[in-house]
Design a protein around this ligand. Structure first.
Ligand code: 7PJ
Length: 285
């Protein structure tokens, strides 16, 4: 299965690693240390060398309770980074945004994939996405980041998320976005309890019925921190979730994910290479 991304082709017969490049000063998992341009480029380069075939550039923090960002701030954060990566690194660039204007400018700056945690629901986003000709990741989220973790509720989480994504794929297709350009993501941590997240992870293969590649992002998220909680019930700190995150990424891929969005690229790539070798030698189907 090949995904055409502007002038590039991603081979999704093998699971690909998407490295997270946050340009937000308040990003929860890297403390904002990459907000400076040259540091961001260095980080992108390192992730590429470590095995990332996609770099996901984001300028809006969507962690629970995060403050909203202005359009200008988001533009100032992500566009120079995208331009610079496009000029210097031989890698696919995705832009993590919900804004139509940012999508449009990102495409001009050299982005290859649009990644929208709001599944193109904001004003103009769907129209702009169609115009760019780029592939789009449609993610499920219940609520908005500021309040989404307050009391997430579903009648049956896997069915509900499946139904949402199925409807969104149809709406996008009706608006002129070809199915071959669509990716879907159940949105781990976006308006989901621990139980919701693990039901989605355990039944991720259900989403393959939608007929488009599945992307999964659970790196360093609270579902990992909660599974690794200490004896007093305290969540494992964000900086100590590497091994748990690698396990989560591997489970996602074994359950059919074709792209995993991660912070720890080298560790994840190593795990996926061992998985691939096991498949090639017939140990796992
Ligand atoms: C995701 C994302 C995710 C997709 C973020 C974080 C929060 N995009 N952007 N899927 N998460 N497609 O990294 O914890 O899960 S930002």
């Amino acid at each position: 299965m090949k995904l055409h991304c502007a002038d590039r082709i991603l081979d999704l017969t093998v699971a690909q690693v998407m490295g997270v490049l946050n340009t937000t000063p308040d990003s929860f998992s890297d403390g904002g240390q990459f907000s400076d341009l040259s540091a961001a480029i260095k980080q992108a380069e390192a992730m590429h060398i470590d095995g990332a075939t996609i770099i996901d550039v984001g300028g809006e923090s969507t962690r629970p309770g995060a403050e909203s960002v202005t359009l200008q701030q988001e533009m100032d954060r992500v566009i120079p980074v995208i331009e610079n990566i496009a000029a210097n690194i031989d890698v696919c660039i995705s832009v993590d945004t919900s804004s139509a204007q940012v999508m449009s400018e990102a495409e001009k700056a050299g982005a290859h994939i649009l990644n929208d945690v709001r599944a193109l629901s904001r004003d103009g986003a769907l129209e702009v996405a169609v115009k760019t000709g780029l592939p789009v990741c449609l993610m499920h989220m219940q609520g908005e980041p500021s309040t989404m973790q307050v009391n997430p509720s579903y009648s049956q989480v896997v069915n509900d998320v499946f139904g949402f994504l199925q409807a969104r794929i149809s709406e996008c297709e009706s608006a002129g976005l070809e199915k071959s350009r669509i990716l879907i993501d159940p949105g781990f941590g976006f308006g989901k309890s621990m139980a919701h997240n693990y039901q989605l992870l355990g039944q991720l293969d259900r989403f393959l019925d939608l007929g488009v590649p599945v992307l999964a992002g659970l790196s360093r998220k609270s579902m990992i921190g909660s599974a690794l909680q200490g004896s007093q019930g305290e969540a494992r700190p964000v900086g100590e979730r590497l091994h748990g995150s690698v396990a989560g990424a591997l489970i996602a891929v074994m359950n059919g994910a074709k792209i995993v969005r991660v912070h720890d690229v080298k560790a994840t790539s190593d795990a996926l290479r061992v998985f691939k070798a096991s498949q090639e030698y017939g140990l796992i189907t």
